[in-house]
Design a protein around this ligand. Structure first.
Ligand code: DGL
Length: 308
């Protein structure tokens, strides 16, 4: 069984691509709605929450977990892979959504960064990245693209309230106003330069891709991060067959949340394009946990509530 993790419903955009590409697999999705959004939380909290969510998926029987969350991939993935997995789950693995997108944009293989499909005289192109505040502040996309793809000019735009607005099911007209502002700010950074590629570097954002498209120049091309992730996972399973579905497991999808399953199922169906049913699993045990998200506008837990 393959686990798919996100702070909320955004990972459904990735899950949908994974299911389309690998219909014979069994997926267990966990949206950590009780603690969403992650994008405004400090890095240590995101690490701790991600670790807890992945641990939960491993304990439920997943051999492999996909972090369908750019914020968690940018902030927590490397540390989880290098420090936590070897000590606690040496036979399991965690993949992110970040690497397939970087590989595709840069034309490089992550494990062999010197090898590029692009020639040195390839014309410079501009890629616009829209993501959460934490992902942009981590500079994870910018840093890797500058290192691996000198032909790319990278512009980055934080969209601090957008994932939360999507989770809260804002009306299209309100989402439109917010996205128009983010796109306007990105285009002024472009300073009249043509934008060729757009990466919606938060898995919530493809849910509102048509609104982004409405405000961007009509000829930009969107990088399909979910599809790239699905391709990456399919290749990975060919090379690591022990993570593919065990014969005694039935193919299919099971959706779980630490939040309110009814409200989330209704909102998710609106964006997923078909009815979905989440079941509740209890919030992480008390102790060193950051405080759950409160209602709209809630800021991250205080420093005193954080610990590791
Ligand atoms: N969907 C997540 C991402 O890809 C995080 C959104 C959030 O919780 O702030 O970045």
């Amino acid at each position: 069984m393959i686990g798919v993790f996100d702070s909320g419903i955004g990972g459904l955009t990735v899950l949908r691509a994974l299911v389309a590409r690998l219909p014979e697999e069994r997926f267990l999705y966990f949206g950590d709605h009780a603690y969403a959004p992650y994008g405004k939380r400090p890095a240590d909290e995101i690490y701790m929450l991600t670790r807890r969510g992945v641990d939960r998926l491993f304990r439920a029987g997943c051999g492999l977990v996909v972090l369908a969350c750019n914020t968690a991939s940018a902030v927590a993935l490397r540390r989880l892979q290098q420090e936590w997995l070897p000590a606690h789950w040496p036979d399991r693995n965690i993949l992110g959504v970040f690497v397939p997108a970087i590989e595709s944009l840069s034309g490089t293989n992550w494990t062999a960064p010197g090898v590029s499909r692009y020639s040195a005289d390839r014309p410079a192109r501009t890629v616009a990245v829209f993501a959460t505040r934490t992902t942009i502040d981590s500079d994870a996309f910018g840093r890797e693209l500058r290192r691996r793809a000198r032909h790319l000019h990278v512009l980055q735009q934080a969209c601090p309230r957008l994932a939360q607005a999507i989770e809260e099911g804002w009306d299209e007209s309100d989402l439109d106003r917010g996205i128009a502002r983010y796109v306007g700010s990105l285009m002024s950074k472009a300073g009249g330069k043509r934008v060729d590629l757009v990466l919606l570097g938060c898995t919530h954002f493809p849910l509102v891709q048509p609104i982004f498209a409405r405000h961007l120049p009509h000829d930009v091309r969107f990088v399909d991060q979910a599809e790239l992730c699905a391709q990456g996972l399919a290749d990975y399973l060919v090379r690591h067959k022990r993570f593919a579905r065990a014969t005694e497991e039935a193919p299919g999808v099971h959706l779980t949340t630490s939040g309110d399953p009814e409200g989330i199922s209704g909102n998710a169906a609106r964006f997923y394009g078909e009815p979905v049913t989440f079941t509740h699993i209890s919030a992480p045990p008390p102790g060193n946990a950051p405080s759950p998200a409160r209602s709209s506008g809630t800021e991250e837990a205080s420093a005193a509530e954080r610990s590791e």
